[in-house]
Design a protein around this ligand. Sequence first.
Ligand code: ADP
Ligand code: ZN
Ligand code: ZN
Length: 720
Amino acid sequence: MKLTECWIEHPVRHIDRTFTYYYDGDITPGVRVSVNFAHRNVIGFVESVTETQETLEEAEKRLGISLKPVLSVLDDAPLITPELHDLAMWMRENTLSTAISCFQCMLPGKIKPGGKITQAVLERRVRILDNEVSLTPKQLSCYREIAELGEASYTEMRKKYPSVLAKLIEKGAVEVFSVEKEAVMPAGHEEDEKTLTPQQQKAVDEVRNSDDPVFLIKGVTGSGKTEVYLNLARRALEEGRQVLILVPEIALTPQMIERVSKRFSNALAIYHSGLNPQEKYEQYKLVYSNKARVIVGTRSAVFLPFRNLGLIVMDEEHDTSYKQENQPAYHCRDVAIWRGKYHHCPVVLGSATPSLESYARAVRKVYHLILMDERINMTLPEISVVDIRKAMQEGQSYILSDELAGELKNCLDRRQQAILLLNRRGYHSVIRCRSCQTALKCPHCDIAMSWHRDERLLKCHTCGTVMRVPKACPECGSTAGFTAFGFGTQKLETELQEKFPAAKVLRMDADTTGRKNAHEKILKAFGNGEADILLGTQMIAKGLDYPNVTLVGIINGDEGIARTDFRSCELSFDLLMQASGRSGRSEYPGKVILQVFDPGHYAVQCAAQQDYDTFFVQEMRYRHAGMYPPYTYLIALTVSSDTQDKADKDAYVIRQALNGSYKTIGVLTLLKINDRCRSRVLLKGQDLEEMRRDVRAFLDSPEGSRIKDLRIDVNPLVLD
Ligand code: ADP
Ligand code: ZN
Ligand code: ZN
């Protein structure tokens, strides 16, 4: 007989220990099992197995408990490798989560045992058709090239002939088809590496020749960081090792995927939240079997079962999507560094605007800092700041100032493209009572409802509640009606159409990207030159590289600065810097117009100068004054409950229990979300280990285990 220790799928925190079951057949640590727990059949993860010569009764007697059997073993082979097991145990301590939640977060969703393994990566290619069509000389040369090759990569041809290829497809001269990548891309077909610039070569050499575990490449947009990653990746592959390239969001980084897949088509896997469980499972197996050697993925890809990692790259390392908000609230960067250490491979963090934490570590030489401050083939765009209050006083539009409208006209006259960025959505974001000026709030959340003009509906962007405009004001009872202030992407679109009726406009925001692949479609269309202006919310600021974009307009540029979070300034600065980096990425000079309410603010000033270092110094001063991270560590403990009273009571219990060399802040009543009342206690101190130890001890105590809905966030990114 075998006795096995299992972690049980159970949401209750005080169940964070293993339970013993018996089994007669084959069973190994790391497989999942079905067991009975508290009269329910649940999934368990096998922690350990021991053989015993005892009978069941003898074992029960020795242990002093009655034993239940493992009902069935769900996997042929362990899904959790010994490395992932150790990682889960580390995460459990690091994020103060239950072991089972760590295991669950590592696995690709609901795994179906024994699925078939296929390479899920498809490639789009083009070939000529036999139709009689008349072609312009330009179209003819593209057509001939495809004819000569027999077939060609769609993305490559599109890059070479931006609008011409689209025309050929439209005319029926050329067709697009999809193939499985492995089948068509012989090794020699891959795109040749670029000759590195001296700056790039130096970065590669520094990583190669140093034993330091973590590197931070701080390189302005367009300095050629991606080329450095790809060069390092090739070398790791040549040594027979795997490469993990982490990106913030797949849909927003199509260019990165395209470049990686061109270089390493044969052994590539792409892993992101848009895959269904089966697809994820297939990619998981490909990594496990070492068939996938280069993996590009978002946050959760950091948990794939690599056998032999030679390099981890984390592009745009400052991006907030690397932090998981739910339990276990881990940061992908911490996990990447843990795995780098385990595999003895370098971790390369890259960004034009590193997170304050990372840059502070680099300054203290905890990370190896590599600077890349020359742009490859372009100069910095010219950035101009428009004071929108002044513009309004002069009677200009508060949406499109005269300066922005003028530049837009020039840009369109040159037949080039523009990107307009707005940190909002909906037509008018809030409506207010004409009598008392109170903004209409969501009945379930303490935040303002957004006015969606096209549907004539109000929506809560936090909980999704939808409602009509009420007859009377819930605040003062007046029936004078409501009026809208502020504006969103739709209003911007309307104003654009009025001023530039001939311009083709594409809009990208949370409303137009609800459906799967909607992002890619909009970005592809813009990349193909199907529109003159791309307008959207902050999601268009990341990672885009369009040679024909020569104007970027940022509207309401300092919108975020006024928020009450300690990281607001940093996030706004990042946004302004990233968005500005989109302009003038090829031979044409770029221009950026920043419309702001407070042109004197240092985040605006530094972004306008593209001056990270001054921003860093100023912002660190502010963080030091308020004793915020990176000068301190935070742990947020948030209780949710049906009533505010209950949430507050639990939070007071937490506050009473936790005191040490750190500060215990709160109880703070938070915004209601989804009808759940929330209260928060915040720990702030310099000894993170002590803070963690105290929280863990509290969780294990009788008072602690009584608190049901408690979310713990070690090093929270935002406090809202
Ligand atoms: P970053 O990732 O720092 O924003 P990229 O790697 O995207 O920069 O490089 C910017 C542009 O310069 C890209 O279009 C890229 O193809 C080109 N580029 C990068 N390195 C080289 C090189 N060594 N020679 C020629 N072009 C390069
Ligand atoms: Zn009112
Ligand atoms: Zn709501």
